[in-house]
Design a protein around this ligand. Structure first.
Ligand SMILES: [Zn+2]
Length: 76
């Protein structure tokens, strides 16, 4: 098995790692509500994908209600 002849120095390793960078995510635009979103995903803003509604979105009040119900059922 091939084995490194020398230890990689701190400088060498750190210099190599200067090229490791976080990439900005690719974003496309929802054709319905013009919001930025990841490609191949249902729009989190309007719930549409390829021209039809695929997820039902709750309004703020509905979300709160669902959360309260989940909390209440969890305590019992
Ligand atoms: Zn949308």
């Amino acid at each position: 098995m091939a084995v490194p002849k020398r230890k990689t120095s701190k400088m060498k390793g750190r210099k190599r790692r200067t090229h490791y960078k976080a990439q900005a995510p690719t974003l496309s635009i929802c054709p319905r509500c013009k919001v930025h979103l990841r490609p191949h995903t249902a729009c989190p803003n309007c719930g549409y994908y390829r021209g039809r509604q695929v997820i039902t979105l709750l309004s703020k009040e509905e979300k709160k209600k669902a959360q309260d119900e989940a909390k209440a059922s969890g305590k019992e």
